[in-house]
Design a protein around this ligand. Sequence first.
Ligand SMILES: [Zn+2]
Ligand SMILES: [Zn+2]
Length: 149
Amino acid sequence: MQKSATEQLLKRAEVMCQRRGVRMTPTRREVFAILTEQEGAVGAYDLLDLLKAEVPNAKPPTIYRALEFLQSQGFVHKVSSSNSYVLCSHFEKQHPVQMLICTHCGNVQEIHSSGVHQAFVEQAEKEGFTVQQQTVEALGICSNCQHSQ
Ligand SMILES: [Zn+2]
Ligand SMILES: [Zn+2]
């Protein structure tokens, strides 16, 4: 992502934080900025290494606390199947998340199909289950990787 795009996204996130009365601390801001610069999802320890360039005394709890915050604000999605994190660029509203994860290059593409979401919720309701949060992860090969093979 280009610098200006990173700045814009950060500004949007900061506006959200102000509105919600939560604090975007320098460390949280830094982790957010690092994530905007990554192509796909990134593991916590890789993030920690990158963070150390800016915050030399950063420790694992530093990164986990920052990620927890960013996740709770919807700025970041966790990719459970690879235990990594990816930035969300549509964080202004709550949305169903379906992630297309390339097993070849690690790229993660987010799609929001309300049809998929609705079908899922309805099936769950039939089981008497109330869905609070839904993330669907699909593993496969992205179009870039298919074309470069
Ligand atoms: Zn998202
Ligand atoms: Zn790929």
